[in-house]
Design a protein around this ligand. Structure first.
Ligand code: SAH
Ligand code: SF4
Length: 356
């Protein structure tokens, strides 16, 4: 490993951030250099343990709808995928999932779905309020894409605590190649700023290995996260879905994904970073590797059986084994084997939230 790379990583561990060119070179070289990646993982692990100790937070993921008005080129739920069998959960089913999750020890519920016009601000706010009433000691996280500032405000008033909206890529031209005309990075960042202003714990994030990505766009991702200071960041490999325009593209590299997770941990030491389902899908020990590279959250699937196989963001998405909420004890054992402890806790962000 070159000295400049080692020095750069050490300075990031100390809270520094590198110029774009240095980061780009580091990322480009890390792809083929296990020493750099291991060094980054070690520093990220140390940073995570310093803030969170051995605790790993769990979130119960409820996939509420696979209808979507958008046409993101990478995603199996895109409107243009006519082969997908569509479904949506009704409020009673969602509430029942939360009840089952509560009994298992979940204290955060993540409601996610495509941009489905059925889930108006009003309907979604009513669902959030009913969950908060039934489980006042739990946090509700939403992930339903881009909405108006008024819509977000309404959801916040109804009691939603957090919102996940990945920026997908911090490079505007790259963003335009992953999305249909009309979807822009500027609009996405506007939403993220609205969410922060409204007091949501806000999650950004990106895929690693999406088509047209480069070390330069990944360096921009790190710098955007540093500037935005989101409370959460989701980072997982791009995985192709056969019924999308990117169906023939190669999957993202797992080692590079883990390296990016480590870099993000260094720039966001207090953030809640999941070892994503995509990581667990790409490699059998993906979740554990994610935790050992700086993640501190896992999001098992709490959706009803009829939803799980149909919420097909990409091919082969895991929804069984340790990925299933009902197998929490298996997940607990696997994390115990790497020295981590699954805790029954809302797992809120405890750093200083800055509204940038
Ligand atoms: N509609 C919402 C939530 C569902 S999609 C939204 O877009 O925010 C949630 C995330 O899944 C997206 O942010 C994207 O990063 C990820 N995703 C979609 N398709 C994927 C694929 N083919 N491989 C890996 N991740 C994917
Ligand atoms: Fe819809 Fe989200 Fe998939 Fe885009 S990524 S098509 S918004 S579900």
């Amino acid at each position: 490993m070159e000295t400049r790379h080692r020095e750069l990583l050490d300075s990031m561990r100390e809270g520094g951030v590198a110029p774009h060119g240095d980061l780009r070179r580091l990322i480009a070289d890390a792809a083929g250099d296990a020493d750099i990646r291991e060094r980054a993982a070690g520093l990220a692990r140390e940073a995570t343990l310093a803030v969170f100790g051995d605790a790993v937070f769990i979130r119960g993921l409820i996939e509420c709808s696979n209808h979507c008005r958008n046409d993101c080129l990478y995603c199996g739920l895109r409107a243009g995928n006519s082969r997908l069998d569509r479904y949506r959960l009704d409020p009673e089913e969602i509430l029942a999932c939360c009840g089952a999750g509560y009994a298992l020890g979940f204290r955060t519920f993540v409601l996610q779905g495509g941009e489905d016009g059925f889930f108006t601000d009003e309907r979604l706010a009513a669902i959030v309020a009913s969950i908060r009433a039934a489980h006042p000691d739990c946090a509700v996280t939403l992930s339903f894409g881009e909405r108006s500032p008024e819509g977000y405000a309404r959801l916040r008033r109804a009691g939603a605590d957090r919102y996940l909206l990945r920026h997908e890529t911090a490079d505007a031209e790259h963003y335009a190649r992953l999305h249909p005309e009309g979807m822009t990075l500027a609009s996405r960042i506007g939403c993220l700023r609205d969410l922060k202003r409204l007091g949501f714990q806000t999650g950004a994030g990106f895929m690693v290995g999406s088509p047209f990505q480069s070390a330069a766009t990944l360096a921009s991702d790190v710098l955007l996260l540093h500037a935005l200071q989101p409370e959460m960041a989701g980072i997982g490999p791009f995985l192709p879905h056969g019924d999308t325009p990117f169906g023939g593209c190669p999957p993202g590299d797992v080692d590079l994904t883990l390296f990016m997770l480590s870099l993000v941990r260094l720039v966001l030491p207090h953030a809640l970073l999941p070892a994503t389902t995509a990581l667990g899908t790409a490699r059998e020990d993906g979740r554990e590797r994610g935790i050992l590279s700086g993640a501190n959250v896992v999001m098992p699937n709490l959706s009803p059986a009829r939803a799980r196989s149909r919420y097909a963001l990409y091919d082969g998405k895991l929804h069984e084994g340790p990925e299933a909420a009902e197998n929490l004890s298996a997940l607990r054992d696997r994390l115990a084997a790497i020295g981590r402890r699954v805790v029954v806790d809302r797992g809120d962000y405890r750093g200083r939230s800055e509204n940038r």
